[in-house]
Design a protein around this ligand. Structure first.
Ligand code: SF4
Length: 409
């Protein structure tokens, strides 16, 4: 029997690219993207939102890189993000270099406002050297004026021509690690443009209805455009652009893919940090053990496995339950609040035990049952770890020095 997704028009074949290990195109599952609304310079606030987005279903997250402080923020954010980070670049080519120095796994360039061929080629050459893919993000609202004038406005052909122009520059430096978007706020225009794009290009396509506005109208517009194309087999990664908390974008993207049978439904939602220079435990092994044990119980909760107690409980504070390593201990937390500290070799056992209780008794009851000294013990462990590893466990200062260099400071 066919799966629900197989009842749709077969997906059109595209090349495959990898954004920080997340495959896009070439038969890979359609991925969900969203974009942070925090200032990228606000490292903790941005990471918190990235964790929320990942938990809501985002496979990739884009952050603006519009100023030096944003690039510096990215140097701290990228090693601690649970999903690959794409830097959004407009107008200023030097911000693309700064974002690359910060370690981002993808770039989005807007050909409508970064127009000098030599600059575009030079960014592509640098991205190529680093194995970083670029999205050519054409937008009807900020189309190259000369192209718009020639076509009498933002027509589907004009959007495609803008992408083709950028692609030619990339091809001159032998760069084809590319995905393309041709977004518009008009649903019919966006549908027509993507249909044309899928005929012209075999690069993966990033779908979206731009500036769709607040829900519910924004959700309807986004769904009308994105779902129509996906049902036709067009599109490899999607983003809802809502005037709302971006968590709603990620959730809508995930739900749409599930509704179309293009992604499997999630029961347990386990998130894990990427394990950076602060990690105190083997996050991958613990996450795998926790996943196995919790999936067997089919508990409908969100659980976070975090490498360190310094940042873990704060980054994953919207998870129902989590555990963070540090000083040979596991720090169990509920919605960011430390409720118990256990020996490291009992982390998974304690997590599973608390998960069962949480589902049976509810969050309030389990918060009320927290061990009296747990918060204080975690605070002491946090302070000791900060003392031992310093403030810059990920050597972001090295990247930031390079950012200053490319920005000419
Ligand atoms: S080890 Fe700590 S700081 Fe590093 S990514 Fe994990 S939780 Fe965040």
């Amino acid at each position: 029997m066919q799966t629900p997704g197989e009842l749709l028009t077969p997906r059109r074949p595209t090349r495959q690219i990898s954004v920080g290990g997340v495959a896009i195109g070439g038969g890979a599952p359609v991925t969900v993207q969203s974009m942070t609304t925090t200032k990228t310079a606000d490292v903790d606030g941005t990471l918190e939102q990235i964790y929320d987005l990942a938990a809501a279903g985002a496979d990739l997250v884009r952050c603006t890189c519009n100023e030096e402080a944003a690039a510096e923020g990215l140097a701290h954010i990228v090693p601690r993000s649970p999903v690959p980070i794409i830097a959004d670049i407009h107008f200023h080519q030097e911000m693309a270099y700064a974002a690359l120095e910060a370690g981002v796994q993808g770039l989005r360039l807007n050909p409508g406002n970064l127009r000098k061929p030599e600059e575009i080629k030079s960014i592509a050459a640098e991205a190529k050297d680093r194995g970083v893919p670029i999205r050519i993000g054409v937008n009807a609202g900020s189309l190259h004026p000369e192209i718009a004038a020639r076509h009498g406005g933002a027509t589907p052909e004009a959007l495609i021509e803008s992408a083709e122009l950028e692609l030619r520059y990339f091809q001159e430096v032998d760069f084809d690690d590319v995905k393309i978007s041709v977004k518009a706020s008009s649903v019919p225009l966006m549908i027509a443009a993507y249909r044309l794009a899928s005929e012209r290009f075999d690069y993966p396509l990033h779908l979206g209805v731009t500036e769709a506005g607040p829900p519910p109208a924004g959700l309807i517009k986004g769904t009308a455009g994105i779902a129509t194309l996906l049902a036709e087999g067009i599109g490899d990664t999607i983003r809802y652009s809502l005037t709302a908390d971006p968590v709603e974008e990620a959730r809508a993207g995930r739900q749409l893919l599930e509704a179309l049978g293009l992604r499997e439904r999630k029961g347990l939602d386990l998130i894990a940090c990427p394990s950076c220079g602060r990690a105190e435990v083997d996050v991958i092994a613990i996450a795998a053990q926790a996943q196995e044990a919790l999936e067997a119980l089919a508990l409908p909760i969100q659980v976070a496995v975090m490498g360190c107690v310094v940042n873990g409980p704060g980054e994953a504070k919207h998870a129902d339950l989590g555990i963070a390593g540090g000083r040979k201990k596991g720090h169990l937390f509920i919605q960011g609040k430390i409720v118990r500290v256990v020996p490291e070799d009992q982390m998974v056992e304690a997590l599973v035990d608390e998960a069962k209780k949480l589902v049976e008794e509810g969050i309030e009851a389990r918060l009320a049952a927290a061990d009296a000294g747990a918060e204080a013990e975690a605070a002491a462990d946090r302070a000791a770890l900060l003392e031992a590893k310093g403030e810059d466990a990920n050597h972001a200062s090295v990247r930031i020095a390079k950012i200053h260099k490319v920005l000419g400071d």
